[in-house]
Design a protein around this ligand. Structure first.
Ligand code: SF4
Ligand code: SF4
Length: 308
């Protein structure tokens, strides 16, 4: 069972909810928490596991071109065809109809997307794509008894989606019955990779126009995968008017498992930020949010295992 916490907009409470649900589910199930926000993984902070360095494994899921200058004749075709502007010609000009000046192509690895076009077009066979380390997987055994599997994309690297696929494989190897996936914000490649092959999604939002708009966007991706989902409104009381609008909108988008598509609401509380800065998971506090999250957990437990 793979449960994804997604949102569209960043900073609306994905990691807070994912960490809390992981701790609560771990009391009765063998779980793995997976931090799929490979650009900025932060689940370790919410679980107070930052001092635990864990086991790091380098990961190679992308490739970059290597130019063999003995074969290159400086024709410039690779410069011309690279749509990302990742190769420039030094000591010469890119190939044009009138220019016969030949130079030396040079790769900017930070602009390269590893698409392989330059390798295909090079008439001299001077370019070969070679695998490069683009990230790492960190596995921490948490004090709650479950593994925390973190993906980390190296600066300037690409291939976030492939790293997430590897994270899920690692979680499968742990033999857990439930994977709790803390997704990246947005609707791009890492979000798609987290949602793919998953069984259920929780869409968390907050009552602001931008979060509501992003919720609608991420829902398009959820619907593409035909994934069952429920919605949680975090900080609902900062704007109860928009929170009501979200509830009404959710109701119009199908009955959902709860009959309303709203799994629960979490109140705004400044003390949540204090708890995070003190590295205290929310479900270990006495805040109102703890009770609200527990209520969400109970409903979710019933939904996920209702047929078993
Ligand atoms: S296409 Fe090949 S031969 Fe032409 S400049 Fe690029 S590497 Fe050199
Ligand atoms: S692999 Fe693609 S992005 Fe990278 S340099 Fe070649 S053509 Fe450009």
């Amino acid at each position: 069972m793979k449960l994804v916490i997604a949102s569209g907009k960043g900073g609306v409470g994905k990691s807070m909810l994912a960490s809390s649900l992981a701790i609560l589910f771990a009391k009765s199930k063998k779980i793995a928490a997976v931090d799929c926000d490979v650009d900025a993984p932060n689940l370790a902070i919410w679980l107070n596991e930052i001092k635990n360095s864990g086991k790091k494994t380098p990961i190679v899921t992308s490739a970059k071109p290597v130019i063999d200058y003995k074969k290159c004749n400086g024709c410039g075709l690779c410069v011309e065809k690279c749509r990302f502007g990742a190769i420039k010609m030094i000591n010469g000009k890119p190939r044009t109809r009138t220019s016969s000046v030949r130079g030396r192509p040079q790769l900017n690895p930070f602009l390269c997307e590893g698409c392989g076009v330059c390798e295909i077009v090079c008439p001299q066979g001077a370019i070969k794509l070679k695998p490069v380390q683009n990230g790492e997987i960190i596995i921490k055994n948490t004090k709650y008894g479950f593994p925390l599997i973190i993906g980390n994309l190296l600066p300037g690297e690409t291939g976030s989606g492939k790293i997430i696929t590897e994270l899920k494989k690692q979680a499968d190897k742990s033999g857990c019955k439930l994977q709790i996936l803390d997704s990246s914000p947005g609707t791009g490649c890492p979000v798609i990779a987290a949602l793919q092959d998953s069984n259920f999604a929780i869409l968390i939002t907050e009552p602001t126009p931008s979060a509501f708009s992003d919720l609608k966007r991420v829902l398009k991706v959820i619907n593409h995968f035909n994934l069952p989902y429920e919605i949680v409104i975090n900080k609902w009381d900062i704007n109860s008017g928009i929170a009501d609008k979200i509830e009404k909108w959710a109701l119009r988008h199908g009955s959902g498992q709860t009959g309303k598509r709203i799994l629960g609401k979490i109140s705004y509380d400044k003390k949540i930020f204090k708890a995070v800065s003190n590295l205290k998971p929310i479900v270990e506090t006495n805040l109102k949010a703890k009770t609200e999250i527990k209520r969400i957990f109970k409903k979710l437990e019933t939904i996920l295992w209702q047929d078993q």
